[in-house]
Design a protein around this ligand. Structure first.
Ligand SMILES: [Zn+2]
Length: 287
């Protein structure tokens, strides 16, 4: 549709298109908390917990504020779909859309994972990324995106597929239901758009459609985060495996992922505090 316009170009079409783009959310005023803090703290880490996420499943994990956590590729190339909540209030959850608007389509070291409105504060900061060498490929693809949502059984049906119960959305629902002892119907509304860890994605140049290609992740690669607040996380091992072909089915080869939780051995500076929730009054101009 977008490539077959019903209207002719106006005479000044070229001029209209040539105007300079403006960054919607300039981040130069964002205080990124001095990465030195984090780099100093991560120099010596003590492993305090670990968890394996089986293929085509998901697991929840807790990370206290001031700790680090890593998502690690172990047996083979595998993509992970990450949800994050405030461990004490599930209403505060990762805001993929605003994180994208602030930091771009794909995230890496120094980028923050922001929480939903009305909280709007950094939940986590990315502190290490063994795939940071990847950059942008010739297709416009990058790694660790906040442009996808998560594979889900509803879209699968819309697109003509049958019932499939191991999409990331379903995996995350089951994991949260188990963790909180909720019925599935209570857990499902808390599951939200993800950070696609290790996934290599972009938009096609002609139709600007979301694409995926084989993840460059290999055994030993990891993405590391600093928990800015007490976090409850859930990680799904996508049924797409390395996402080189298909998802929402049992067709792809899938591998487990590992989660490791670390405490900074020397602690964190005594004056460090979790960021406060947004200072906005919440009035919205209501009289
Ligand atoms: Zn998935």
């Amino acid at each position: 549709m977008k490539n077959q316009p019903q209207n002719p170009e106006p005479v000044d079409a070229k001029t209209r298109r040539a105007v300079r783009p403006v960054i919607c959310y300039p981040t130069n005023k964002l205080v990124l908390g001095g990465m030195d803090y984090y780099q100093q703290a991560r120099k010596e880490l003590t492993l305090v917990d670990e968890k394996i996420v089986a293929p085509r499943d998901a697991e929840c994990f807790l990370v206290p504020a001031g700790h680090f956590f890593r998502i690690i590729s172990i047996d083979g190339p595998q993509v992970g779909d990450l949800n994050l909540w405030n461990a004490h209030d599930l209403k505060e959850r990762f805001f993929s859309g605003k994180t994208r608007a602030l930091h771009g389509t794909h995230v890496s070291v120094g980028d923050r994972l922001w929480s939903s409105l009305p909280y709007m504060r950094p939940m986590a900061t990315i502190t290490y990324d063994t795939l940071d060498w990847y950059g942008w490929d010739d297709d416009g693809g990058g790694v660790h995106d906040v442009i996808g949502t998560r594979c889900d059984p509803y879209t699968n049906i819309v697109l003509g597929g049958g019932e499939y119960h191991h999409c990331c959305h379903s995996n995350l629902c089951r994991a949260l239901a188990r963790e909180k002892n909720f019925p599935l119907s209570e857990a499902e509304p808390f599951v939200h758009d993800v950070l696609n860890v290790f996934m290599c994605t972009g938009f096609t140049k002609d139709t600007h459609q979301y694409f995926m290609k084989a993840s460059p992740v290999r055994e030993g690669d990891f993405l590391e985060f600093f928990a800015e607040i007490d976090l409850l996380g859930a990680l799904s091992t996508c049924p797409g495996g390395d996402c080189s072909t298909a998802h929402s089915s049992d067709a792809a080869t899938c591998y487990p992922l590992k989660i490791e939780i670390y405490q900074p051995t020397a602690g964190f500076p005594a004056d460090w505090r979790s960021p406060e929730r947004s200072a906005y009054s919440g009035n919205h101009g209501m009289k």
